[in-house]
Design a protein around this ligand. Structure first.
Ligand SMILES: Nc1nc2c(ncn2[C@@H]2O[C@H](COP(=O)(O)OP(=O)(O)OP(=O)(O)O)[C@@H](O)[C@H]2O)c(=O)[nH]1
Ligand SMILES: [Mg+2]
Length: 285
């Protein structure tokens, strides 16, 4: 799979974000709860050094909640970073984030007071890879639709401030990928969860990768969702799904495009259940 990891607009966005960071008190790093490792931009840790750091494990409505909880424990224990599961569509978990932000605001106010300075709103930048739900999360925290949200990467193109009533200012930012990425599995996970535009990936190949992953994580799903018995080869499972779902061309041949889209959409929309593709112990010892 050949992926254009670093389009020009991201280099520009990275530069602007770096400049704006001087004004920022805290960063909410938004990760995809299904792939907390693959959705972490490794650049961000060094970029935000010295700032208060909060992690939102967003799209937690689509992830396995036990695995998400173990990621939260891991972030806390191994890195000392507060994290919360969030569903920015329904608003679950927003309260936890607001509590974290309150703590930051109180800390900033105390510090200013001790220096004889007047209080000011706490400034929070929301960072993360494309399509992870940064803008949706901001709209949820604000309680009103302030910024544009769409189900495709690259929607937010510039930095913008959103002022909230409770002395908090949030900055929406464009999604950032990273310049060099050699780990094929990370690329596959990002494509599976919708970070990379579908027109630049091979959908058939991607759905075979998904089938292979599901065989390890949740093998019973093929029977449950598609009524097919377990068989070892991903290609065979793919063809049986096509058959079951009538994704066939006129002569009865498999419609690869339609079947791939069906399987990927079933995963992305949660029709295959709550599935986490990554466990912390696979990455962090
Ligand atoms: N199921 C689910 N979908 C979500 C959640 N948060 C956001 N989405 C959806 O994810 C898609 C992307 O949301 P955005 O807020 O535009 O993502 P973004 O990170 O701002 O994306 P860019 O601006 O392109 O970097 C939209 O279709 C949202 O409705 C969530 O918690 N659960
Ligand atoms: Mg956005």
């Amino acid at each position: 799979m050949v992926i254009n990891w670093y389009p020009g607009h991201m280099a520009r966005a990275r530069k602007q974000i770096t400049q704006q960071l001087k004004l920022i008190d805290a960063v909410i790093e938004v990760l995809d709860a299904r792939i907390p490792y693959s959705s972490r931009n490794p650049d961000i840790s060094s970029l935000i050094r010295g700032k208060h750091h909060i992690i939102a494990l967003n799209k937690a409505d689509l992830s396995d909640c036990i695995i998400t909880d173990s990621w939260i424990e891991t972030f806390k224990k191994k890195f000392g970073v507060k994290a919360a599961p969030v569903d920015a569509v329904k608003g679950n978990g927003i309260k936890n984030l607001l509590e974290f932000l309150d703590e930051v605001r109180n800390g900033v106010s105390e510090k200013r007071k001790s220096k004889g300075m007047l209080p000011r709103p706490v400034r929070v930048m929301v960072l993360g890879i494309p399509n992870v739900g940064k803008s949706k999360l901001i709209n949820r925290i604000a309680g009103i639709n302030k910024v544009k949200v769409e189900n495709k990467p690259g929607v937010t193109r510039s930095l913008s401030w959103i002022r909230l009533k409770n002395d908090i200012e949030l900055m929406d930012t464009p999604g950032l990928l990273w310049p060099k990425q050699n780990d094929e599995n990370v690329g596959i996970n990002l494509a599976l969860t919708g970070t990379i535009r579908p027109d630049i990936v091979n959908m058939y190949e991607l759905s075979l990768h998904l089938i292979n992953k599901l065989q390890k994580i949740k093998p019973e799903i093929f029977k449950e969702r598609y009524g097919i018995d377990i068989c070892s080869e991903a290609e065979l499972i793919f063809n049986r799904i096509a058959d079951r779902r009538g994704c066939l061309l006129k002569g009865g041949e498999v419609d690869y495009d339609r079947t791939s889209r069906l399987i990927l959409m079933d995963f992305q929309s949660g029709k295959l259940g709550k599935i986490s593709l990554e466990k912390p112990e696979w990455f962090i010892k």
